[in-house]
Design a protein. Structure first.
Length: 278
């Protein structure tokens, strides 16, 4: 019983931590949206980037002096082998597809807005406005994760990503741009909470960190594929067809996620309790 209580407490702690991390990312985007475009427009790119570099150096140095963290091992090491189950492979593939759309969306929208006559200040402010709409979404998903299956919450995040591309097909209007940025921001800043909860229900405590590492690597793979593809697609097929590309890729990712038969509730899985892996 104590082991079960430790697992529940452990999950509750990282749900809160990921919620705060998501909120910090949103606040950083808000601050960047207010300052970056304005700084470049008013001071020029060399001066602005020198300022950004100094800020980056300051915060990079500050993390060299963290408080000593006390880690308590709440599980007994059982040498559980890591296995790539069918649903885990589907989950990783769907993650690569859906996360690459963040990069496709941001780059294509920024270039198209610049082409349409928006200033850099306008572009960064619109980004801030859209992100502001989902300011507390990480905390909301963290709360809902205790009441709704993580798989269902993740489906919602995928749907809002497809909706972001559909909104831009309606034209570059203030309302469509802001709402589209808000929709893509849900995936970018809040989807990690249900994703981690889903993995937590599939894997034993000893193999969960490795599963988390594989999931984290999808962000890098998605960024590489996204930036390699979006320039080619924009130049050859234009902005509208790039939006259709985003919709198709998003639907494929959603179908992959829907094909995963997840019957786990938002409670510690049998993998944690019995020392096996789903």
């Amino acid at each position: 019983m104590q082991f079960l209580q430790d697992i529940i407490l452990q999950k509750s702690i990282w749900q809160k931590n990921f919620g705060w991390l998501g909120l910090s990312s949103i606040l950083a985007t808000l601050l960047g949206g207010l300052l970056i475009g304005w700084s470049i427009d008013n001071f020029g790119m060399p001066t602005a980037f020198l300022l950004f570099a100094l800020i980056f150096i300051f915060f990079s140095v500050s993390i060299l002096f963290p408080d000593k963290v006390s880690v308590q091992d709440v599980s007994q090491t059982q040498n559980v082998p890591f296995r790539f189950s069918k649903k885990f492979v589907l989950f990783i593939c769907s993650s690569v597809f859906i996360i690459l759309l963040i990069h496709v969306f941001k780059m294509s929208l920024s270039l198209e807005m610049k082409k349409a006559g928006y200033t850099l200040t306008d572009i960064s402010l619109y980004s801030a406005y859209g992100t502001l709409l989902v300011l507390f979404m990480p905390q909301l998903l963290g709360y809902l994760d205790k009441k709704i299956k993580a798989h269902s919450l993740l489906i919602y995040c995928y749907i809002t990503t497809v909706l972001a591309f559909l909104l831009l097909l309606a034209g570059l209007h203030t309302i469509t741009i802001v709402l589209a940025i808000a929709c893509i921001s849900i995936l970018a800043y809040a989807s990690r909470i249900p994703a981690m909860s889903l993995l937590y229900s599939w894997f034993h405590t000893d193999t969960f960190p490795k599963a988390q590492t594989y999931y984290a690597s999808t962000a890098w793979a998605s960024a590489i594929v996204g930036y390699l593809s979006v320039g080619q697609i924009l130049e050859r097929f234009g902005f509208v067809n790039t939006m259709y590309f985003g919709i198709v890729v998003g639907v494929v990712a959603l179908l992959m996620l829907l094909s995963i038969k997840d019957r786990t509730a938002n409670t510690p899985s049998q993998a944690h309790l019995q020392g096996t892996q789903c």
